[in-house]
Design a protein around this ligand. Structure first.
Ligand code: ATP
Ligand code: MG
Length: 430
């Protein structure tokens, strides 16, 4: 009874084991020492695409692709002889081969079993296809991701480049706009300047008219009063008084003449009627002629000391223009220095240029006024009670430009003034 019970228990256990083997998800294969398959569970047969009876009794190598297939006998032999394990008791990832020749990855765990003095090996085969596929998928996804990252990076780079370009363009536009604004501001400034110049000119014109009428009135009333007085001096003993008035009249007329000349040459210059016609002549003729013509303007005791060229020297100038320049500068030197003062007219040669110094020991020019001297109608603060219109130097400057020369001056208040005119020896006509 007990024995039967024991037998029943064994057969129960073996049935249960059989059931477990039959329903296992992993394949279970047993082989003998020479590699011949003894049992196969349905999962193993299914994995390799065989019916169980097709492989039982066959060498397990048929489930392996080359080169494992050929090496397999060696494996078992080596293990049986040396105990050196490659797979047995370890478990490895190896390829399996289905009936149709296709291969697939498996995890193979082999264990050694001794049954009734017989050595057997049990292999548990786990299909890794899904895991491998998943791994492949992950690898592929990773690769795709990497490609995408590269793609995106490139896109980003091109966007950044575009942005940079746009930025550059914007900067350029800003620059352009700025320079346009500057140009606008510049032209606005120029217009403003022109307007101011126009305004200044119209102010000058009205000043000119009032000044001219004033300038004319003084010598004219002098002439009028002297003439009416002259008619009263009928006695011959009154000749001295008559002479005094005649001198006065002469000087007033000269004055008027000077003012008229100024105005005339100014308007002629403005209309461009005055031209430069240079002709050759000996420069030594020039200054004596000017000095001779100006004698009548000298105050009592004033004298013009001339230092000219000693040797004959030919120049090619429009004599009349140069004479006018010197005449104006000398008349200023006379006008703005006291009686008895010396005036110098010196000639110097410097390379291709002849320089004239007109030196006086007169009232000088205040520093603050020096910058405006050549401006039309400008008169220095210390010259206001001396007759003049402020035209002379403006005309001089224009003549100088016409003949291609230059003019400079140095002045010390109450000490004197030196004007220097520099002319090229040979002028071209214009
Ligand atoms: P105009 O010559 O038209 O009769 P003006 O002598 O006043 O009048 P400019 O010859 O143009 O005019 O001279 C301008 C101003 O320069 C003078 O009013 C005077 O203030 C100053 N000036 C010119 N030359 C001298 C000088 N040699 N010494 C001192 N001041 C001078
Ligand atoms: Mg003058």
């Amino acid at each position: 009874m007990d024995e039967k019970h024991a037998k029943n228990q064994v057969s129960d256990a073996s049935k249960r084991l059989q059931a477990i083997i039959e329903t296992a998800i992993d394949g279970i294969i047993t082989i003998d020492e020479s590699g011949i398959i003894e049992t196969v569970n349905p999962a193993a047969a299914r994995l390799f695409g065989y019916e169980p009876q097709e492989i039982v009794g066959k060498n397990v190598k048929i489930l392996m692709p080359s080169p494992f297939r050929h090496q397999h006998d060696g494996y078992i032999d080596r293990y049986v002889n040396t105990g050196e394990a490659r797979i047995i008791g370890i478990g490895r990832e190896v390829p399996g081969m289905r009936k149709d020749g296709s291969t697939f990855p498996i995890r193979l765990a082999v264990s050694e079993v001794f049954l009734e003095d017989r050595r057997m090996f049990t292999g548990i085969v786990h299909d890794l296809s899904d895991v491998k596929q998943a791994e492949d998928k992950i690898r592929k996804l990773n690769e795709e991701l990497e490609e995408k990252v590269i793609e995106r990076t490139e896109e980003l780079a091109s966007v950044v480049n575009k942005l940079l370009n746009t930025n550059k363009k914007l900067q350029y536009e800003v620059q352009e706009r700025k320079s346009a604004e500057n140009a606008l501001r510049e032209s606005a400034k120029e217009i403003q300047k022109a307007l101011e110049k126009e305004k200044e000119l119209s102010e000058l014109k009205s000043r000119f008219v009032s000044m001219a009428s004033h300038e004319f009135r003084t010598p004219l009333s002098t002439i009028l009063s002297s003439i009416s007085l002259l008619s009263r001096y009928t006695e011959s003993s009154q000749q001295e008084k008559r002479d005094k008035h005649i001198t006065r009249i002469k000087s007033a007329v000269r004055n008027l003449n000077g003012i008229l000349n100024d105005f005339l040459s100014l308007s002629k210059l403005e209309e461009g009627k005055i031209e430069n016609h240079p002709l050759e002549f000996d420069v030594r003729e020039l200054c004596p002629e000017v000095i001779d013509e100006i004698q009548g303007m000298l105050k009592d005791g004033q004298i013009i000391l001339h230092e000219g060229m000693e040797e004959p020297m030919m120049v090619k100038w429009d004599k009349r223009l140069v004479k006018n320049i010197l005449f104006n500068l000398l008349s200023n030197a006379i006008k703005y220095s006291d009686e008895g003062k010396e005036i110098f007219l010196k000639e110097r040669l410097e390379g291709e240029y002849l320089l004239f110094d007109i030196i006086d020991k007169g009232i000088g020019i205040p520093e603050a006024d020096q910058a405006h001297l050549f401006t039309r109608f400008f008169r220095a603060a210390n010259a206001m009670n001396i007759q003049g219109t402020g035209l002379g130097l403006n005309i001089v400057k224009r003549y100088i430009d016409l003949v291609g020369g230059s003019i400079t001056f140095e002045s010390q208040l109450n000490e004197g003034t030196t004007f220097t005119v520099c002319l090229p020896l040979h002028q071209n006509s214009q």
